[in-house]
Design a protein around this ligand. Structure first.
Ligand code: C2E
Ligand code: MG
Ligand code: MG
Length: 581
């Protein structure tokens, strides 16, 4: 029922008008002077005001002026009721913002017509206003709750969804949080540019969305980072989902006709065990995520308290690492590579070690990721390269003329502009022939940016240097993907070599890899050979070279020279020949 306020000092007019309007179905408030009318309007905010012009004290014009000046009453339709009829009076009222004039004496029809016209107009204005407000609210919500690039929920909405779960299931509800990060997104973003980077994120977001149920929330929480919140905590389910996500994201993305390969890393936290609050869960999922990233990415890991302790350890280690080079704490260890036809040591892989003053020998898996995070990887790698080249040159001069040395390069180095120049300089300083040097790179590093990889590898090979793909099989790439890359050697990862000859599946895979590599004219080295069974199988499948504990662990330089001096190819071949399954 619309509320009408009548302000009129003539009590008779006031009561008859009030009666009239009440019987016409309006709710009526009355005031017998301007001040009371103003107060009533502010207190009750009527839908329409009918007001006399001439009143003692605050007159009708004064009331209108005040109402229009006030936020709460500025839009209330206002009709003057007056015996004054001159045009000038009317204009004065209209100028102040009156909507209509009713001249006394008036008929009921006139009053109702004026009121209804005003109310109808007001309703349409209000409707418009409501629609606009709703649109503005939606815009605001979209800014507040959704990520601009992907249109996925953002961190704020993720928080709300988490609260909903708690409302339904109670606090300390079982939830799973997956933190998913595109590996090396910053670098991808740099090379694709802003728009390309956003496009990629949209595509990634859309793929992720397809993999989860409606009750799950996917949010974009940072540059290249997404989160998935599941309203249950089931380790097996999380495990399966993570695997599916990695496999889906490994499929190429089509960016305006250009094929792009990315990998992702996933950290998983299960609530309430790994945190009762969303913030804690996010933090712990990130700890697990970092753990994966430090190991090269493209995998997933569950959070555990141990990981948090590792972080403290890591900070300490990183501080020490800075001084390790100056304090001469790094060593290069050497592991022989044996030709399976001749039994000769044909190559040697240089593997870095850190002789930590308190912790003893630290393996590269632990400190290379740290060195990559800081800028230490560059000087450290140069040190390994020049040390290894100098050692091998010295051994060659002792008569081992055909010995080749393999040195590992990290992904960071591949993007260094002066890599080629640095390698040339080290070869010149040490006097080693480029032909005696092999550089090892992992497939995931090369696939990150095929174009750049092709040009750098071509440059290195033009110098006469060999290029090997390390850990083949762990980066989810196929040989056909790698075919475009210029390289000489394929190193089959230990995980494929393990148990060959004994178990059917790894045997079949490894045999197929060796065969395919040979059709591509690649030299094949099997890594991590530990048993005679493995060795026998590899020789039967025509693998070219092997490396592994079966022959020797990586050794310090002087011990390696001793190994070389005592090594007998015939004895090695004899062992295989004598092997009976
Ligand atoms: P990688 O290049 O695949 O090196 C082979 C790893 O397998 C070495 O571990 C080696 O000790 C180990 N290995 C060799 N034979 C066997 C075996 O029969 N059984 C088992 N279980 N393991 C075996 P390491 O020395 O801990 O090196 C780990 C990784 O660290 C290397 O993998 C390489 O990617 C990286 N790395 C080592 N040195 C350097 C370096 O100077 N620069 C860079 N950028 N990375 C390096
Ligand atoms: Mg290697
Ligand atoms: Mg390897």
């Amino acid at each position: 029922m619309p509320k009408i306020l009548v302000i009129e000092d003539d009590i008779q007019v006031l009561s008859s008008l009030s009666e009239l309007l009440s019987s016409a179905g309006f709710q009526v408030n009355t005031a017998e002077n301007g001040l009371k009318g103003l107060k009533s309007a502010l207190d009750n905010q009527p839908d329409l005001v009918i007001c006399d012009v001439i009143m003692p004290g605050l007159d009708g014009y004064g009331v209108l002026k005040e109402l229009r000046a006030h936020r709460l009453t500025v839009n209330i339709p206002f009709i003057f009721l007056t015996g004054l009829a001159s045009r000038q009076d009317q204009r004065q009222g209209m100028n102040l913002g009156a909507d209509d004039y009713l001249l006394k004496p008036f008929t009921l029809e006139e009053v109702l017509a004026a009121i209804n016209t005003r109310l109808a107009k007001q309703a349409s204005v209000t409707q418009h206003y409501v629609t606009e407000l709703k649109e503005a609210e939606e815009r605001l919500n979209s800014l507040l709750f959704y990520d601009n690039a992907t249109r996925l929920p953002n961190r704020v909405l993720l928080g709300q969804r988490f609260n909903w779960i708690e409302e339904v299931a109670g606090s300390h509800a079982a939830v799973t949080l997956l933190s998913i990060s595109i590996d090396r997104f910053n670098r991808i973003n740099e090379s694709l540019g802003f728009i390309g980077g956003d496009n990629l994120l949209r595509l990634v977001g859309a793929r992720l969305q397809r993999l989860v149920a409606d009750s799950d929330t996917i949010a974009r929480i940072q540059a290249g980072q997404f989160a998935i919140l599941l309203p249950s905590a089931d380790k097996t389910q999380a495990h399966n989902l993570a695997r599916i996500i990695l496999a889906e994201l490994a499929e190429p993305f089509d960016l305006d006709g250009q094929e792009l390969f990315v990998t992702a890393s996933i950290g998983i936290a299960l609530g309430p065990k790994d945190g009762a609050e969303l913030d804690t869960l996010l933090k712990n999922a990130d700890v697990a995520l970092n753990h994966v990233q430090e190991r090269g990415g493209n995998f997933f890991h569950f959070y555990s308290t141990e990981l948090s302790h590792n972080i403290i350890e890591k900070v300490n280690l990183q501080a020490n690492l800075r001084q390790a080079l100056q304090r001469d704490e790094f060593r290069v260890y050497y592991q022989p590579q044996i030709n399976l036809v001749t039994g000769q040591v044909v190559g040697v892989e240089a593997l870095i070690r850190w002789e930590h003053p308190e912790r003893g020998l630290v393996l590269p898996g632990e400190f290379i990721p740290l060195a990559e995070e800081t800028n230490l990887i560059g000087p450290m790698s140069e040190w390994v390269l020049s040390t290894a080249c100098a050692h091998v040159k010295a051994w060659q001069e002792k008569g081992l003329t055909n010995l080749r040395v393999a040195v590992n390069l990290s992904g960071r180095q591949l993007t260094e502009e002066d890599l080629r120049q640095k390698v040339i300089q080290i070869l010149e300083t040490t006097g080693l022939s480029p032909d005696s040097l092999e550089l090892e790179l992992t497939e995931s590093v090369l696939l990150r940016d095929m174009g750049a990889a092709i040009s750098i590898l071509s440059e290195l090979r033009a110098l006469g240097i060999h290029v090997a793909i390390d850990d083949f099989g762990t980066g989810y790439s196929s040989l056909s993907q790698l075919r475009h890359l210029p390289f000489d050697t394929l190193k089959v990862d230990r995980s494929f070599v393990q148990n060959v000859g004994e178990k059917a599946e790894p045997s079949a895979i490894t045999a197929a890899i060796i065969q395919m590599a040979h059709t591509l004219n690649l030299l094949v080295i099997a890594e991590g050979v530990e048993t005679l069974e493995e060795l026998d199988f590899l020789r039967q499948t025509s693998c070219d070279e092997i490396q592994g504990y079966f022959v020797s662990r990586p050794l310090p330089g002087d011990e390696f020279l001793e190994f070389l001096v005592n090594y007998k190819p015939e004895a090695f071949l004899q062992k295989i020949t004598n092997f009976v399954k």
